[in-house]
Ligand binder design. Structure first.
Ligand SMILES: N[C@@H](CCC(=O)N[C@@H](CS)C(=O)NCC(=O)O)C(=O)O
Length: 225
């Protein structure tokens, strides 16, 4: 099995966390974004979107991070991460859908403007970041309220839903996204951080440093923007 990733990508991290949880032998293939490898014909044959992550398992070519997580969990009998019981399973699916459509989409738009654009040498658009932040805040409040009295998003044990919803949050501070108003969310993130699979997939130090430097160069008043 081959997993195509870019170190530091939140969508890759959620899949990598599942790989670590399951201890499955997966060959990680690093896609060289800087060289445009994700837009070349050989990679587009695997993922026509030109995005990461992608999984190749025999003749299966699978893209969309949440689908890859579900496939890996089911293929390895991980019923705790992705329960077979219909009610519990659909709860996990629901939160993963919500992550893609609402929570992660809004947060991703903020981070794209404030972190990833500077990293790529592009000028951030703060108006877009502000609008996305306004969409993120009610989502964060909803999740915060949901987590009250719960260890994890879909119950007392970690599931795919936690890794999907958590994958971008470690970058929040760098993107000036204030999580202070969401104490339950922060406590849940700390619980996630206790898991070996989460710590093992943290953004590589070199990537974290590059992000910090790119953000600093574009900070208002830095003279870099
Ligand atoms: N919905 C997709 C999103 C994948 C995605 O946007 N990946 C980012 C990295 S986190 C990417 O490949 N960006 C490259 C680009 O936009 O050209 C998934 O969940 O797999």
């Amino acid at each position: 099995m081959k997993l195509y990733i870019v170190p530091g990508s939140p969508n890759c991290r959620k899949v990598q966390a599942v790989v670590h949880e399951l201890s499955v032998p997966v060959e990680a293939v690093l896609v060289d974004f800087a060289a445009g490898a994700h837009k070349r014909r050989d990679y587009l044959a695997i993922n026509p979107n030109g995005l990461v992550p992608s999984l190749v398992d025999g003749d299966l070519r699978l893209w969309e991070s949440n689908a890859i997580m579900q496939y890996l969990a089911d293929a390895h009998g991980a019923t705790s991460l992705f329960p077979r019981d219909l009610r519990r399973r659909i709860d996990v699916v629901r939160w993963q859908c919500w992550e893609l459509s609402h929570f992660g989409r809004a947060l991703g738009a903020v981070l794209f403007e404030r972190l990833f654009k500077p990293l790529m040498g592009q000028q951030p658009d703060e108006a877009i970041a502000q609008r996305a932040l306004e969409q993120f805040q009610p989502c964060a409040a909803l999740l915060d309220a949901h987590l009250r009295g719960r260890e994890f998003v879909a119950g007392d044990t970690v599931t795919l839903a936690d890794y999907s919803l958590g994958c971008q949050l470690p970058l929040a501070a760098l993107g000036r996204v204030d999580l202070a108003p969401y104490p339950e969310l922060r406590a849940w993130l700390a619980r996630l951080h206790e898991r070996e699979a989460w710590r093992a997939t943290a953004t590589p130090a070199a990537m974290a440093l590059a992000l910090e430097q790119a953000v600093a160069a574009h900070r208002p008043g830095s003279g870099g923007a």
